[in-house]
Design a protein around this ligand. Structure first.
Ligand SMILES: Nc1ncnc2c1ncn2[C@@H]1O[C@H](COP(=O)(O)OP(=O)(O)O)[C@@H](O)[C@H]1O
Ligand SMILES: [Mg+2]
Length: 252
C-alpha cells in the first residue's frame, strides 16, 4: 500500500504518518517511511535516534551518487536509473522500517537541477511503482515531489486538517493539486479535534463523505513530543481512528 500524507505545517502530517508507519511494522509489514517535507521531522516523531538522523544525508544532497547515476550520459540523462542500491545504502533501517529523507526539490534560478530532480523522481518511481514494500510519504502542502508519473503510484492521499479556516483553506488547495495530478483517492483526516463543534465545522467546510477519520486532540501526543518519545510503540498507542484509516488504506 502506497500512502501520501499532506496538509498545512503543524496540522499533524508527521504524527499521522508516524502512526501509519507503525501500523505497518506492528502488523509485520515492511515499510518505507519517507520524509519529503522540507521542514523534516518524521524521523524524530518515529522515535529514531537523533544522532543517526542528523548524519543521514537527504537524497538530493548525494552529489556523488547523482553524478554516478548519470555517468556516461553526457547530455543524455538516464531517465530511469536503477536506484535499489540507494534504498539500501542511504536509509536508516530499524527492523522492518526503512527511513529516508528526500530533501527539497531544487527549483528555478538560472541553474538547472534536472539531474537532482530526476534522481528523486527515480527514487519515488521505484518505491511507489516497482517495490513491494508499503510506503508512507510525509509531504508538505505543495506536494512538489510528485509528478503525473509518480502520482500514479499513490494509492491514497491523506490531507490532514485542523479545524481552523487556515487549515481548511490549505486542505482545499492540496485537494486541487491532487486533482491536477489525477490522484483519485484523496481523503481528509481531521486532527486535534476537541469538540463536536470542531467536527461539524470541518464537515461543513469540506465534503463530509470524504473524511477518512477524525483524530481527537491528545495530551499524550503533546507530552511525547515534548519528551522526544516515539508516538507509538505498540498498537494500543494508536490514536482513535488511526487503525481504521490503516485498514482503509490496506483495502480492508
Ligand atoms: N492529535 C493530536 N493531539 C495533540 N497534539 C497533536 C496531535 N497531532 C499532532 N499534534 C502536535 O502538533 C504538533 C505538530 O504536529 P506534526 O505532526 O509535527 O505536524 P506537521 O508534520 O504537519 O508539521 C506537534 O507538536 C504534535 O505533537
Ligand atoms: Mg512534519
Amino acid at each position: 500500500m502506497k500512502i501520501a500524507v499532506s496538509g498545512k505545517g503543524g496540522a499533524g502530517k508527521s504524527s499521522v504518518s508516524a502512526q501509519l508507519v507503525r501500523c505497518f511494522t506492528l502488523h509485520q509489514m515492511p515499510v518505507f517511511a519517507v520524509d519529503a517535507d522540507p521542514d523534516a521531522n518524521l524521523g524524530l516523531v518515529l522515535g529514531l535516534d537523533p544522532e543517526k538522523l542528523d548524519s543521514l544525508r537527504p537524497l538530493i544532497e548525494l552529489q556523488d551518487v547523482i553524478e554516478a547515476k548519470n555517468a556516461g550520459g553526457g547530455t543524455l540523462v538516464d531517465l530511469n536509473p536503477n536506484v535499489d542500491d540507494v534504498l539500501e545504502n542511504y536509509t536508516l533501517q530499524e527492523g522492518l522500517l526503512r527511513f529516508l529523507k528526500m530533501g527539497a526539490i531544487k527549483q528555478g534560478g538560472s541553474a538547472c537541477y534536472c539531474k537532482e530532480n530526476s534522481f528523486l523522481n527515480a527514487i519515488l518511481t521505484t518505491m511507489l511503482l516497482d517495490r513491494p514494500e508499503a510506503v508512507v510519504l510525509d509531504m508538505s502542502a505543495g506536494i512538489e515531489h510528485l509528478t503525473r508519473g509518480t502520482a500514479r503510484g499513490v494509492e491514497m492521499m491523506l490531507v490532514v486538517v485542523e479545524p481552523t479556516r487556515a487549515g481548511v483553506s490549505t486542505a482545499k488547495a492540496v485537494d486541487r493539486l491532487c486533482n491536477d495530478l489525477e490522484i483519485r483517492k484523496v481523503f481528509f483526516v481531521g486532527n486535534k479535534i476537541r469538540s463536536e463543534e470542531d467536527r461539524s465545522y470541518l464537515e461543513s467546510q469540506l465534503p463530509a463523505e470524504r473524511f477518512a477519520g477524525m483524530i481527537p486532540f491528545s495530551e499524550t501526543v503533546l507530552d511525547r513530543a515534548r519528551r522526544g518519545e516515539p508516538l507509538v510503540s505498540k498498537l494500543d498507542d494508536l490514536l482513535p481512528g488511526l487503525e481504521k484509516i490503516y485498514e482503509m488504506a490496506c483495502g480492508r
